[in-house]
Design a protein. Sequence first.
Length: 387
Amino acid sequence: MTGKRKVPEQVALYSVRRGSEEESAPREQRRRVSQALQPPRSLPRVVKVPAEDPSTAWQTFAQRQEKQRQVRASSRKPPVKLVHRTFAKTGVPASSGRISPLRRRLPYYQTPVPERGGHQRRRGLLWRILSILALVIVVVLIALIPLTSAAFQIGPIRIEGTQNEALIRTIQQIGQQASIHGQNIFLYDVAPMRKQIASSPLIASVTVSKQWPNQLTVSVTERSPVLLWQTPQGTYSIDRQGMVIAAVQSAGTSLPIVVQTPLEGQKVQVGVYLDQRSISFAMEISKRMPQVVNINAFTLKFDGTMYASTDAQGAGPVAGRIGSRGSYIVESPTGWKAMLGGAYDANSLDNRLVELREILGLAQKQQLALSTIDLRYGFRPIFTVQQ
């Protein structure tokens, strides 16, 4: 059983075909001829000498290894000595090892027997309604305290921004007419009072504010007159916006005066607006005449129609018409008159004044007694001489 198993014999047959001597002779002859013609092959011997001694490289590697071991050995820190833990405040050594947790017993709470769900819901809804009603009552009571308390009733009016006694009395009269004294400061509307005070021609702007607990503060900005407008009915002060502020006395004032004659159009009265552009033009004439023409003593008049309105927009160009129609006239004490035109002419005021200066210089050289100078037609001035 342990012997090797016999393998059955296998028989292989092969056949070799040999050529004849006549066929193999030429082939052998050709091979010998080719070997005789080729030169003999010989490989050259190459001897290489190493550039460095291998032993030297090995010594360098060993030195580098030794240097690294020294660095590692020097970087090692000395061992730290372990000591037992102590408490920071007392210095008593702390216990070591595993500490068993302290188990505290929970306090005992006596729980009542739960009620039925329906009874609990009804009781919670009732308490919610009662809480809301109580809250509403408290809010109403708190709101009624400032509305009914005498500490929040308006007292005297405080006026700021003016020292004009007439204006102060006017504001106080407006407050008395509105019956603001004794009214609650939370319920009083200041808009009507502000509108009534702003309608005064003496006031440019006004603000009415509430000062808690019981005071109104009125801050006003007065209008500043820049020009006096003289008519047969009287002399009035005018501000930059063209507002007729008040009737004044022209004597003893440094403001420029414009004399309107003849009086046409709507009558000038306190509280109306004149054409703002015409007012600015009159101020510019009074300012530029001494500078350009070198004449200080003259009278400025307005000959034409000056439209007036109750608001600043209505006094200007409205519905295709201009705010004024006419000409400003400069009268000299020597007897000549210069018609400068109006504020809406195309030619500038400086050009007209330069023309006036040149005509006066020419008359002085030729010793002419001028009567009228008309500068209303651009670069074609006309002047007449007294007979």
